[in-house]
Ligand binder design. Sequence first.
Ligand SMILES: [Zn+2]
Length: 185
Amino acid sequence: MAKLIDRKKHLRRSESGKVLKKQALRNLGIGVYAFGMFTWYQQVFGDYYYSYEIGRYFAFVFIAVGLLMIYRATRYNLQIDMYNQYYYWIYQNEMFTLHELATASEKSETTIIREINTLINDGFLKNIHLNTKERTIEGAFVTSVKEQIQRKVIRCSGCGARNEVVENETRECEYCGRKLVYDHQ
Ligand SMILES: [Zn+2]
């Protein structure tokens, strides 16, 4: 039992976990952009005698590089938000079906498939893959979690029928509807 728990922890750690955003890159981009704009403004409207054409190119390079940095950081940050959200659902709340994810995110299953595939392709989600036929999430982590789920057959105290109960889940007897609780004995 301990071995499986260790395996689960190991798999969870082998994901990127909670990833930090690139705020520094974004702020630097804003700085570079602002500097470029300032330089350009000085070149065009400043009272300088030395307003060379080269100065404007110089300014435009800064503006372009600044904007590119902001774009890259923003795109990355949006992906990080998405990754952290899926990490929370899949790895921390153990949602392994598209239906569960769609309910939690209030998105369509098609959107979920697209987003998960993007994250896998960009190297964020490493230990899972989609089974679009079964509409589930698969992989070593999922298998590991499923192996740890305890099941047992208990006898209903109302009608005496045998029902299979999953750990930490309460279900009703198939025959009489009485509540059945998994007990750790
Ligand atoms: Zn019963």
